[in-house]
Ligand binder design. Structure first.
Ligand SMILES: Nc1nc2c(c(=O)[nH]1)N[C@@H](CN(C=O)c1ccc(C(=O)N[C@@H](CCC(=O)O)C(=O)O)cc1)CN2
Ligand code: GAR
Length: 189
């Protein structure tokens, strides 16, 4: 089975997914889609010999992109730190086949502007004692799709966004590959 990963940043989640499925052989990451030249995930793709499709707001074409993704016959399309909105053409082409990981306990701390460190800064500023991750299906809005899994962690007194991000990343790297495997094992043809 083929997996396609969309990413905009460092790519630690992409790396965790790639390693997990290299080890168990149940699937392979056949394409990485990226919208940020120079993103760390591109170095991971090069190291792993995974093809990359770069996208740009100005040249993006719905039909061409759907066709390019369909050519991989992806079992799942995985958003792993991807920072642009997936357009309706893609959510309609791949219903219940696009998933995302969010670094907070949705529905709190989601939506436009809520990505990366912004999320952790908001959680700490609000005085939350807990945070966590949400893995969910992707629909046409930001962070409103059906929840697949949530995992929790503490927010400690004096936590910085960086310290909380490290705790969140540990949850992500543990649960995202395993959740993807569970979905693949229980997927109707
Ligand atoms: N149709 C959907 N597309 C995407 C979803 C989704 O749920 N539905 N999730 C996001 C990931 N995400 C949170 O998990 C998220 C990412 C980025 C933003 C955001 O505000 N982005 C900025 C642009 C930032 C940039 O260009 O660097 C913006 O839209 O102004 C919110 C939520 C991925 N896509
Ligand atoms: N709202 C989307 C969002 O904030 N996604 C977050 O971006 C990071 C990407 O890290 P990575 O590039 O090291 O995988 C992850 O923490 C992910 O939850």
């Amino acid at each position: 089975m083929n997996l396609i990963i969309f990413a905009s940043g460092t790519g630690t989640n992409a790396a965790a997914i790639i390693e997990w499925f290299k080890a168990n052989g149940k699937a392979r990451v056949s394409l990485i889609v990226c919208n940020k030249p120079g993103a760390g995930v591109l170095n991971i793709a090069e190291r792993e010999g995974i093809p990359v499709m770069m996208i740009d707001r100005h040249t993006f074409d719905d039909d061409a992109t759907v066709a390019a993704l369909r050519a991989h016959a992806p079992a799942l399309i995985i958003l792993a730190g991807y920072l642009w909105k997936i357009p309706p053409a893609l959510t309609q082409a791949f219903p219940d086949r696009i998933i995302n990981i969010h670094p907070a306990l949705l529905p709190s701390y989601g939506g436009k502007g809520m990505y990366g460190g912004n999320v952790h800064t908001a959680v700490i500023a609000a005085g939350e004692t807990h945070s966590g991750i949400t893995i969910h299906y992707v629909n046409e809005e930001y962070d409103k799709g059906n929840v697949i899994l949530q995992a929790h962690c503490n927010v400690l007194p004096g936590d910085t966004p960086g310290a909380l991000a490290k705790r969140i990343h540990k949850l992500e790297h543990y649960y995202f590959p395993r959740t993807i495997e569970f979905l693949l094992d229980n997927m109707e043809a």
